[in-house]
Design a protein around this ligand. Sequence first.
Ligand SMILES: NC(=O)c1ccc[n+]([C@@H]2O[C@H](COP(=O)([O-])OP(=O)(O)OC[C@H]3O[C@@H](n4cnc5c(N)ncnc54)[C@H](O)[C@@H]3O)[C@@H](O)[C@H]2O)c1
Length: 273
Amino acid sequence: MLLKGKKLLVTGVLTQQSIAFKVAERALEEGAEVILTSFGRPMSLTQRAARRLTPAPEVLELDVSQPAHFTALHDTLKAKWGRVDGVLHSVAFSPEDALGGRFLTAPWESVSKAFQISTFSMKELAASLAPLMTDGGSFVTVDFDNGTQAWPLYDWMGVCKAALVATVRYLARDLGPKKIRVNAVAAGPIATIAAKGIPGFKHLEDKWGRQAPLGWSAKDGNCADAVARTICVLLSDWMPQTTGEVIHVDGGYHAVGAEPVPNTDEGAALPTA
Ligand SMILES: NC(=O)c1ccc[n+]([C@@H]2O[C@H](COP(=O)([O-])OP(=O)(O)OC[C@H]3O[C@@H](n4cnc5c(N)ncnc54)[C@H](O)[C@@H]3O)[C@@H](O)[C@H]2O)c1
């Protein structure tokens, strides 16, 4: 079993569609002990989703905009487990006026909120829980690839994601000497509550399916499961020398510049033996 004996904290489970839910599900199957976090009003939804997992994990309070919650989380996990082996950061939020083609008008209050919840929270999580990784460990976050390009309508979330990947590299630099790895998985579009909040998601989802060499469907459980399985490998001992990295789980979309064009030249068909 890939994660036998690992003690994993998983943030970001809202519904059974959440990327974090799929990770928790796979991690439990692979022998991990799992604790979830949630906050405020979404807490009851998270608890409902948790009951669908076997065994149903405990859900601790963590609103990433509340510094005191990180201290309490550290103390609770220390008392419960004594150590932590892996942490999934799967949290993002942006006020509506920082998305949807409003890049030039978004006010700082909304941008700073998006940054605090979607980016700075990764640093907060790492700073509070790295001291519990006494035998090394692994932090993983979930990116939507903004390293080299701007997307339609994603606006300040795109800037937050680019900064999230920079945060991964700086954390990898500072935590590497303690044998703690920090990586990101850049996922293709998955139909979740967060995705519903991205204007134009449907357009992107369709385009992804046409362009990705391996194919992609936001509603296909296999694509979400591929993201979850890759995250589980990063949380395991099987990538011990990989840190500061972004691994794409997107059907190969990022590797090609455009959708395939219809092949009009029969001579260019696949070679035959
Ligand atoms: N769905 C996609 O297409 C996609 C693609 C690439 C990356 N991602 C990223 O994956 C991550 C998980 O998103 P998802 O798609 O599973 O959606 P989701 O809506 O299921 O998860 C988002 C989570 O963020 C949590 N959250 C928001 N504000 C918070 C706060 N103040 N404190 C604590 N938690 C808070 C929500 O409760 C929820 O659990 C996000 O970082 C998202 O940007 C999603």
